[in-house]
Design a protein. Structure first.
Length: 246
């Protein structure tokens, strides 16, 4: 209900967040597109989000594949370590990353922010890909190996296509997580890496403007679209599994 109450104010023509709305306007969406600070923050969010999504998807997929093998020792311990960023307070992660990145020369840089966001995104990828891998019948991979396919070819022709819906779902959640992250960004990003979420946070502290509501509306719509895409991929995966079942 608070979301429903506040979002219509993105279309007000007034500079104040008040009801009733006397006149509807798209001026605040135009502000997002024309103001240098907002436009830069949107571009930064897309660049950092795509970089973090790519990095976390690769690392998360490799980790899920590695923990799938029963011969790997301490699998449960490794899984717990990978999932720790989901439960550790963001402030603790932010302080630790800031201290580490200063030593490595990554503080206030785009690669540093991408790595920081990827750390938060990897658990979501691991959970999604692991669930997808559990639904793969190992006999299919064994059959491919028995027919002479090398392990790399088995992965490329059998495992990867079957796990692709889970990988895409993990990437979608990773991108959405990166878009919404603000606490870690406050610690590791500089003025040139200001993301949309951080710009919204700064604007709320300085002056509450309907531009913040317009940006929030775009973020919510984008997140809902990404969640819908992930749900669709899951549904298609279940349909394929049902068709393949004897």
């Amino acid at each position: 209900m608070p979301i429903v109450a506040i979002l219509p104010l993105a279309f007000t023509s007034s500079v104040f967040l008040t009801y009733p709305i006397e006149e509807y306007s798209l001026r605040w969406f135009k502000e997002l597109a024309t103001a240098d600070a907002w436009r830069l923050s949107i571009m930064n969010s897309l660049i950092i989000g795509l970089g973090a999504t790519l990095l976390s998807t690769i690392l998360g997929t490799l980790a899920a594949l590695g923990m799938r093998t029963r011969t790997l020792p301490f699998t449960n311990l490794l899984r717990t370590v990978f999932l720790l960023p989901m439960v550790v307070p963001a402030v603790v992660l932010g302080v630790g990353m800031q201290m580490l990145f200063v030593r490595l020369g990554l503080a206030s840089t785009y690669p540093g922010v991408m790595i920081a966001h990827a750390v938060l995104c990897v658990p979501f990828v691991i959970v999604s890909v692991s669930a997808s891998l559990q639904g793969i019948d190992s006999s299919v991979e064994k059959a491919a190996s028995s027919l002479g396919a090398a392990p790399v070819k088995v992965f490329r022709r059998v495992t990867f296509p079957l796990a692709l819906p889970g990988i895409i779902s993990g990437a979608v959640f990773a991108f959405a997580t990166s878009l919404d992250e603000v606490v870690i960004t406050l610690f590791v990003a500089g003025p040139n890496q200001r993301t949309l979420a951080r710009q919204m946070f700064s604007s709320i502290r300085e002056n509450i403007s309907p531009t913040v509501v317009a940006a929030a509306l775009l973020l919510i719509i984008g997140t809902l679209c990404l969640a819908g895409l992930a749900a669709l991929l899951r549904w298609r995966q279940e349909r394929i599994a049902l068709r393949a079942a004897p």
